[in-house]
Design a protein around this ligand. Structure first.
Ligand SMILES: Nc1ncnc2c1ncn2[C@@H]1O[C@H](COP(=O)(O)OP(=O)(O)OP(=O)(O)O)[C@@H](O)[C@H]1O
Ligand SMILES: [Mg+2]
Length: 405
């Protein structure tokens, strides 16, 4: 088997329900699907790893499956972070460039971003992303890339996405235990947006919400930049648990019923339709009205979108969704969910299917793979950007040395 070479990218999405590993190769500068593996997650509680050993075992299982399919040893990966410990804040900062007007360099941009990020974060917080929203050069706002422009004072509006340092460290430790070095971390909603949301939607204003098993991660883009990120403590498993409690049945059967007959709009279900429940240990098989399932599911869906609406309102972005909402994650597949979302958020909603990479199997073009596919796209893009920056730096150094002889 060949080593995880430079032209392979591996990503790890250790979700509350499923642990997914996805591998792509860079072919002619573009990404091409190479392999994937998945395992039922273990050792997770409320979106964070609570027990290292079983979590690492699930990662190992998914990575081994991907490795065998890829015919390569996977040595490193990029991991997703999500869960209720993720937060986003907006910040502003800037630098003066001396008395005279001069050309803005990449170092000036870094200094302005450093100044903006120096907001005091609690000790247990780790920065996941520093996302410039706009640069302001000598009071002229709306600049996306000021490098090469002429000015005197450079300011930046920055979105800072953070997570619990210990929660992030647990994912990294588990990946390490499974033999994977972690190169980078990506917020799952940002990753899911990468594979499902267009540049036009980001410009007009869009909310991407990744409805997983344990939580819903979200990101809002406006005028092409990240305006807001958050995590809500409701995911698909809350719907399942409600059904299990309401029907006095097991979580396993409730999950089956949700997938098979679940619809979170009561009026969409024919009133005469019935569903048979598996017989209990001693008792006979039970029959319930299918509408009864919806009477349990609908309030949970409404709660989720009330929470989302309130979160967007508090983040000041509720009115910024010109292109509406995009939902990813397995939880988005519940029938009727878009209808409830549209009626409570008053914007159009759609499911986000990840853009297919070349050779990617159809089974991966599903909303629950949006985050993993997006992580691949994100890693590829950051690699290309870093390479371009390195090249720029090398060219500069060459010019300096050429000038010094
Ligand atoms: N067809 C479906 N209808 C309704 N719910 C579904 C369907 N398919 C999957 N789900 C739900 O999606 C959830 C799993 O989604 P996903 O695989 O995106 O979660 P995860 O990434 O493991 O979790 P998280 O992102 O919260 O860490 C489960 O709650 C599951 O019941
Ligand atoms: Mg997920």
């Amino acid at each position: 088997m060949s080593q995880n070479s430079d032209d392979l990218i591996t990503v790890l999405d250790a979700g509350s329900a499923k642990t997914r590993v996805l591998v792509a190769e860079i072919h002619d500068g573009a990404l091409r699907y190479r392999a994937h593996g998945s395992a039922i997650s273990a050792g997770m509680r409320k979106g964070v790893i609570s027990d290292l050993h079983p979590a690492a075992k699930a990662i190992n299982q998914a990575a081994t499956e991907a490795e065998q399919m890829a015919h390569a040893v996977l040595a490193n990966c990029v991991v997703g972070v999500g869960g209720p410990h993720v937060r986003g804040v907006n910040s502003q900062g800037g630098v003066s460039l001396g008395g005279r007007l001069r050309e803005i360099t990449r170092e000036d941009v870094r200094a302005a971003v450093d100044r903006a990020r120096s907001v005091s974060l609690p000790a247990d917080r780790e920065v996941v992303h520093l996302l410039p929203q706009q640069f302001i050069l000598d009071e002229q706002p709306g600049i996306h890339d000021p490098v090469g422009m002429i000015g005197n004072r450079l300011e930046v509006n920055l979105h800072i996405s953070t997570c619990s340092a210990s929660a992030a460290q647990s994912v990294i430790t588990c990946a390490n235990k499974a033999g994977l070095e972690v190169l980078d971390t990506v917020f799952e909603a940002i990753a899911a947006a990468e594979s499902t949301v267009s540049a036009d939607e980001r410009e007009l204003g869009v909310c991407l919400a990744d409805i997983g098993a344990g939580s819903t991660e979200l990101v809002v883009f406006f005028e092409g930049a990240v305006a807001h990120t958050a995590s809500l403590p409701i995911g698909g498993d809350h719907f399942t648990n409600d059904l299990a409690v309401g029907l006095h049945t097991t979580v396993e059967e409730a999950e089956f019923l949700k997938l098979q007959y679940g619809n979170c709009v009561v009026t969409s279900v024919p009133s005469g339709s019935e569903v048979e429940l598996a017989p209990g240990e001693n008792g006979p098989a039970r029959v319930v009205r299918q509408r009864y399932l919806s009477e349990i599911l609908e309030p949970r869906a409404r709660e989720l979108f009330h929470l989302l609406r309130e979160n967007l309102r508090q983040g000041g972005v509720l009115e910024a969704l010109g292109a509406g909402c995009v939902f990813t994650g397995g939880g988005s597949r519940l029938m009727g969910l878009l209808e409830v979302a549209e009626s409570l958020l008053h914007v159009p909603a759609r499911i986000g299917y990840p853009v297919p990479l070349s050779r990617m199997p159809e089974e991966l073009i599903q909303p629950e793979f949006a985050a993993a596919v997006g992580m691949l796209l994100y890693s590829h893009r950051t690699r290309v950007l870093r390479a371009a920056e390195d090249q720029g730096l090398r060219a500069k150094l060459r010019a300096i040395f050429a000038g010094s002889v």
